[in-house]
Design a protein around this ligand. Structure first.
Ligand SMILES: NC(=O)c1ccc[n+]([C@@H]2O[C@H](COP(=O)([O-])OP(=O)(O)OC[C@H]3O[C@@H](n4cnc5c(N)ncnc54)[C@H](OP(=O)(O)O)[C@@H]3O)[C@@H](O)[C@H]2O)c1
Length: 342
């Protein structure tokens, strides 16, 4: 279905180290029924991109990586409503269930993966939203009694604990929670990361390497926190159980620091705690849509930002350096890695 026009694309045909990535020329794809074509300006790189490339799985002969991105609609397939040529958009899950992600000049996507980029919001921000912000939204909307949606006042009176507040998901969780009226306490491993978390809006930062994290968190929230947004449960579950309030929620989105953790049953059931695990790929379109709508509203309100001022320093790589960009994310660079495309 490629047209005669050519585009640059980054591809891999076998999983492995970042050296499997190649820059190639491919035909510009044409959108099918219910699809739009996006001329990409930025691609956002997430841990999931290098993990799949490194060998988590590949069912395709050739993959263009990249779940997140931003750009301009430059072709509409049949049956597309609600989008027009020239619309500025952000993408999420672009490469999920298909071989064509955002590390290319163009991508064709079903409209379910495409959302309008509000107002003057930058393409840098648009490409930083998808995986981190949708994940953070789910974590913040999975507790008993709601809310199921975020927005001003939605988390009023609640206290949220964000583990690793200088991470991409942690940063989005801090900003979305603050926009929704929550008090935010976050754990970090260094003073540099504490400064970033404060820039994101965290009310309190706790350096878990240098202090008694449970004591510090309970000083801020004597009755316990309502929600823990957790990246490293193997390391932090005991802490979470200690500091989450009765009938609170521990929302787990990653396995950083270990594949298993042990649940101490009595203190956990004594507090009526709820665990909410989450994976974007199996979350479901209804929850992705709800998250995307709220995320776009937060962007429009200026409440969800990237850059140094928002605690999310940007690291730009040209498309041709996608391998270096993957390596930077795999090496735990602090901030958001973006591919500059157009
Ligand atoms: N379930 C999903 O659908 C989903 C969606 C998005 C991301 N993820 C996963 O979530 C994780 C974080 O993604 P991200 O984009 O936010 O990454 P990131 O920007 O690299 O941030 C990760 C943060 O995790 C914190 N952390 C805490 N304990 C850690 C440990 N034991 N080892 C490593 N880091 C630790 C670090 O902060 P400190 O140094 O301050 O502790 C770091 O800032 C990745 O594993 C990613 O694959 C899952």
């Amino acid at each position: 279905m490629g047209s005669v026009e050519a585009m640059r694309a980054v591809v891999y045909s076998e999983t492995g180290p970042s050296s499997v990535l190649r820059v190639v020329e491919r035909g510009v794809p044409e959108p099918g029924e219910g699809e739009v074509r996006v001329r990409l300006v930025r691609s956002g790189v997430n841990p999931t991109d290098w993990k799949f490339r490194a060998g988590m799985s590949s069912e395709y002969d050739e993959v263009i990586p990249g779940q997140d991105g931003s750009g301009v609609i430059d072709a509409l397939g049949p049956g597309v409503h609600g989008f027009a040529l020239g619309d500025r958009v952000w993408l999420v899950l672009a490469q999920h269930g298909r071989a064509f992600g955002t590390a290319a000049d163009h991508t064709v996507q079903p409209v379910e993966r495409v959302f309008h980029l509000p107002g003057e919001a930058s393409y840098d921000l648009g490409a930083s939203l998808g995986v981190p912000a949708v994940t953070a939204h789910r974590a913040l909307t999975s507790s008993e009694g709601g809310p199921s949606r975020l927005g001003p006042g939605a988390l009023e009176g609640r206290t949220v604990l964000v583990a690793g507040g200088a991470g991409a998901v942690g940063n989005a969780a801090i900003q979305l929670a603050r926009w929704s009226g929550a008090t935010v306490v976050t754990t970090v491993s260094s003073e540099e990361k504490a400064a970033l978390a404060r820039a994101a809006g965290a009310d309190h930062t706790v350096n878990y390497r240098e202090s008694d994290a449970a004591r510090e968190i309970l000083t801020v929230a004597p009755d316990g926190v309502d929600i823990a947004v957790e990246v490293a449960p193997a390391q932090n579950n005991a802490l979470d159980v200690e500091v989450v309030r009765n009938r609170g929620t521990i929302a787990i989105y990653a396995n950083n620091g270990g594949e298993q953790f042990t649940v101490d049953i009595r203190p956990t059931f004594s507090k009526n705690l709820r665990y909410q695990f989450l994976l974007l790929y199996t979350l479901g379109q209804d929850l992705v849509d709800a998250a995307a709508e709220d995320i776009s509203a937060a962007v429009a309100a200026g409440a969800l930002r990237v850059g140094d001022d928002a605690g999310m320093p940007l690291h730009h790589f040209p498309l041709e350096k996608t391998a270096a960009a993957h390596d930077a994310v795999a090496d735990g660079v602090v901030g958001k890695v973006l591919l500059d495309i157009g």
